[in-house]
Design a protein. Structure first.
Length: 192
C-alpha cells in the first residue's frame, strides 16, 4: 500500500451534523475520560485505555496510516458533532492492496448514543471508501449487539454468517456476526 493512497483513503469528511477527521494523538485527551465508561466494552474485546498518554502514543503510531509491513492502510477517524465540536465517536478500517476493507469498526461514546451519529458517520465513511475504489467491506459484530447490527444494515451491509467463537470478551468466547458490503460493479457509491 502506498502512503499517498492510505492518506487519500483517510481523508477528512463531513455530513450534515458531523465532522469526520483523521485520528491523531491530539484526540487522546478528549477521548480518554469518555472511553472509561464500562458500557462501551459490553460487546467488544478492547479494554479502557490506561492513560491519556498511552492512548496518545498508540494513536501517534497509527498516524502513518500504514501497517508496519506496508501491506495495508490503517484508517482511523475521530467523529465530532459539528455544532459544538464535541467528540462523539471513532471509526476505523483496514484496507488492503486488493481494495478490501477488513475490520470496519466503530466506537461511539454512550453520552451520544441514540442520536443516529454512528449510522450517519459509518454511511459517510463507507460511501467515501467505495468512491475511492474499495470493492468490499467486512465488519463483525458480537451476537447480541443489535444496535451495532442496525448501524451496519443502514450503511448497506448484509449479514453473511455467524462466526462461532470468533472473539473473546472478558475471558469468554463469543460468536460474531459477519457483515459484508459489496461495492456496485461500476464503483458508484449508490446505496443507503
Amino acid at each position: 500500500m502506498r502512503a499517498d493512497r492510505a492518506a487519500a483513503l483517510n481523508a477528512a469528511l463531513a455530513t450534515a451534523r458531523l465532522t469526520i477527521e483523521p485520528m491523531t494523538g491530539d484526540h487522546a485527551d478528549g477521548f480518554f475520560a469518555p472511553l472509561q465508561n464500562a458500557a462501551i466494552y459490553a460487546y467488544i474485546s478492547s479494554t479502557p485505555p490506561e492513560s491519556a498518554a498511552a492512548l496518545r502514543a498508540r494513536w501517534e503510531r497509527l498516524a502513518t496510516r500504514l501497517a508496519p509491513d506496508g501491506s495495508t492502510a490503517w484508517l482511523n477517524w475521530a467523529v465530532r458533532r459539528t455544532v459544538d465540536g464535541a467528540l462523539v465517536g471513532r471509526i476505523d478500517a483496514e484496507v488492503d492492496d486488493h481494495n478490501v476493507a477488513l475490520n470496519v469498526g466503530y466506537v461511539f461514546l454512550p453520552a451520544h448514543w441514540g442520536h443516529g451519529y454512528a449510522s450517519e458517520a459509518v454511511r459517510a465513511v463507507v460511501t467515501h471508501l467505495v468512491a475511492c475504489g474499495v470493492v468490499r467491506l467486512i465488519a463483525t459484530v458480537t451476537v447480541g449487539n443489535d444496535a451495532s447490527c442496525r448501524v451496519l444494515e443502514k450503511a448497506g451491509f448484509t449479514c453473511t454468517r455467524i462466526l462461532p467463537g470468533n472473539d473473546t470478551i472478558r475471558g469468554m468466547l463469543c460468536d460474531d456476526i459477519e457483515y459484508v458490503r459489496e461495492a456496485p460493479p461500476d464503483g458508484s457509491s449508490t446505496g443507503p
